[in-house]
Design a binder for this molecule. Sequence first.
Ligand code: NDP
Length: 471
Amino acid sequence: MDIVAATGTRHVKTLLILGASGDLTGRLLLPGLAGLIGTGRVPGLVLAGADAADSGGQAWRDRVQKTFGEARDAANDAGRRDLDEVAAGTTYRAGDVTQPGVLGRMLAELEGPAAVYFALPPAVTEAACEVLAPEEVPEGTTLVLEKPFGTSRQTARALNRTLARLVPEPNIHRIDHFLGKATVLNLLGLRFANRLLEPLFVSEHVAKVEIVYDEELALEGRAGYYDRAGALRDMIQSHLLHVLAFLAMDAPASLGERDLRDSIAATLEVASVPEDFARSARRARYTEGSSQGRPVPDYAAEAGVDASRGTETLAQVEVRIDNPRWAGVPFILRSGKALGRRRKEAVVTFRPAGHLPAGFRGRDSPTRLRIGFGPDTLVLELDVNGPGDPYTLDRVDLRADLNSPDLLPYGEVLLGVLTGDPTLSVRADTAEDCWRIVEPVMAAWAAGEVPLEEYPAGSGGPAGWAAPPLT
Ligand code: NDP
């Protein structure tokens, strides 16, 4: 059986991962792929890895064997057989893909249709695509690109043009693995299948929306990438804007590729930072402290960091959506590293009840819906008449712990790649729009118009930062 028989859709025969020895491949791609293969949904796949420097391939085969071996326990019978077959048959090649002809030769050797996953440094990916000639790309090839997709709207547009001359748009998968997160996808069911919620997701009823992705982890040796990106580009520009799109979009006609991505695009197209964004856009960098019981050095003193770049490790930006549904509602996006508490959630704060009858005692707090992204939870915070005095309001949480998903986020997006379904990948226009939205902030920060604040690692951020209250 092959993938087409298992899924009834167009299929990829060979997945070539460029960047076989890389961090992304080892930590996220191979585990996601192993989990997917273990479900038995992608039979007949051939896996190939490639690096620039020729390691002989044994390290690659060991890496695949180890990760796939670890996935066997959770796999079903068909999946276990597939994991063993893919691991036994994996191949390896080496070559500098920024040199003309190198990637073309690799493609010519593969059993097609093939998907090429560029798990490479972004500049290498761009150079590799530029030197690739259209005639070197066999028909049906899929190109899979990681974030960051360009470094600005202009460079994203240039990269889109380069890709467009190689393969048709549906064969380009721009990965944002947040689109494969179960909780992000659950937003669709939560919003559009519940009469109780959908009519309330409008400016008349919502006071603000906060999307927070605070990590306890510090740099973890990734200065080479992170010091050139920072929290705004690493998290807000890509992942959090997509969460915003899922929270704010109008209902798509269907969950098909065209309708869903049209709804995402229509939302982001009218999203922008407010004119006076400098008032609310804040940035900060951690100083020496401790996190998770371990000492954390000052960010500026971390190996590989160029302190003069002024890279922020915590960023907060307000975004507005200029349409009738959301006019006037602030969407506050925040993400940071080395913070005292891991907090990954979207919080929708509703406006106060129109009229609270006189005579109630106790607090009168806004209704809040909190959507947790790992652990995946749903909490609706309500005021009710509490125990004891029946006219005293008390807070209760209606809580649901969502089941752990079938697939890891990278497994979910790889399923789209391997079955030729780009629904969970970022469309060309959206990739450019995400840069347009944050570019005024990037420019203001580069010009020093917003001070770079400081916070000790392990704290809650600089004093006075507005952040949604903790449960
Ligand atoms: P790494 O630096 O860990 O790995 C880079 C890989 O690219 C190595 O295998 C390297 O091979 C290969 N490579 C470099 N130059 C060339 C070349 N000229 N020709 C062929 N191969 C080359 O990078 P990451 O894995 O961290 O990141 C890869 C991509 O994934 C980036 O776009 C990053 O932004 C993105 N990403 C990474 C995440 C992560 O957690 N790491 C998370 C989300 C996205 P060799 O060793 O032989 O040089």
